[in-house]
Ligand binder design. Sequence first.
Ligand code: ATP
Ligand code: SKM
Ligand code: MG
Length: 167
Amino acid sequence: MKIFLIGFMGCGKTTLGRKLASRLSYDFIDLDQVLETQEGITIAQYFATYGEERFRTKESEVLKSVITGDDQVISTGGGLPCFFDNINWMKANGKVVYINLPPAALASRLENAKEERPLLQGKHGNELVKFIAEKLAEREPFYLQANIVADGLSLTAERLQSIIFKQ
Ligand SMILES: Nc1ncnc2c1ncn2[C@@H]1O[C@H](COP(=O)(O)OP(=O)(O)OP(=O)(O)O)[C@@H](O)[C@H]1O
Ligand SMILES: O=C(O)C1=C[C@@H](O)[C@@H](O)[C@H](O)C1
Ligand SMILES: [Mg+2]
């Protein structure tokens, strides 16, 4: 089975995805990391060099190219479900799980991890919370199309596993 983790930057897709894959003995794929390895530059450098539009095309191509094995946990980029047919494509190819967190919680996690997230550069404090709240409102119609919505506050890989497999 393929499990796609989606949600806003900082909701824990990479952190929880790696742990979930290890618990299940599934392969772990982080699409941001695959893109960085394929292109030989960081996401921030990719945005700076080619711009967001080309990044969206590239991340969609990466999504469709790496999904080859059977049992995989795939952590996606925060914006990926909101472009092209990506959300429907993921639902047609596996189970999609949205990790849901409120803006203030996302902001406090992201305050010290913004350098590698180009959309957040230069935003601090209340301005960061406001930006996240607006972007999240724009994106939720896509995120909420997931098969499963998981509450991201104090979420663990163990809990995520039991939600997905309804144990
Ligand atoms: N369950 C958790 N509880 C507390 N902090 C967490 C949790 N999961 C992740 N974090 C922290 O939040 C930050 C972002 O986590 P992570 O990189 O996994 O998010 P992401 O969803 O992959 O973001 P992006 O879309 O930018 O790749 C990290 O600093 C991480 O240590
Ligand atoms: O939310 C977003 O649009 C992004 C999230 C990250 O995972 C990266 O894919 C990139 O920084 C863009
Ligand atoms: Mg990530």
